[in-house]
Design a protein around this ligand. Sequence first.
Ligand code: C5P
Length: 226
Amino acid sequence: GAVPVICIDGPTASGKGTLGAAVAQALGYHLLDSGALYRLVGLAAERAGLSTASEDLAHPEHGVRMGALAQALQVRFDGDSIWLDGDNVTDALRTEAAGMAASRVSAVPAVRQALLALQHGFARLPGLVADGRDMGTVIFPQAPLKVFLTASAEQRADRRHKQLISKGISATLDSLLADLKARDLRDSTRKDAPLKPAEDAKLLDNSSLDVEQSVAQVLLWWQGTR
Ligand code: C5P
């Protein structure tokens, strides 16, 4: 399409959100945090009393119910705030529990299918920066720039730890590292849209880069496509 899209995919806590927001800001583009959509489905399910346990999701009829719930999601994005059924759920979405529930429901094909149109709707002029796991491989395969962002698991756990502590949320480094590895494994081994770099993705390891350096690299690549 005519709308330019920059995809930023990568594992949990690789810094996609921070990088995506900074690149969108620099270019004056819209931003899609696709992980928030899966987190919303997990939260909406919890509120509806629908189990997000993997053994329940493995039952086809439960998967269909989860897909229907995702399809009917009543969500509003308002600046940095996200509203679900009229409630501000911005903080609730950022918890580890919400991330783990998101990872479980995101393996359900009917859920991914339900969120497809919603995600395409974010591609509006002057452009979009989309971050997630499958932006470059599934949702925006024609995007002129696809970045796959990585950093070591230890580094990512450490960043997530600092992030949570700064928000006054308590967490131990060990349990965060274990959660993160479990999530990486589930995200990269699921059948539907597994986490992996697109064939034409640019790999960016930000283990020893700060945000400004990462942004500069992405903008340089972006210029190269124009
Ligand atoms: O990026 P974030 O941690 O918010 O994503 C939460 C979960 O949602 C991920 O662990 C992943 O399982 C799922 N997700 C996905 N596809 C995306 C974005 C997120 O499956 N495009």
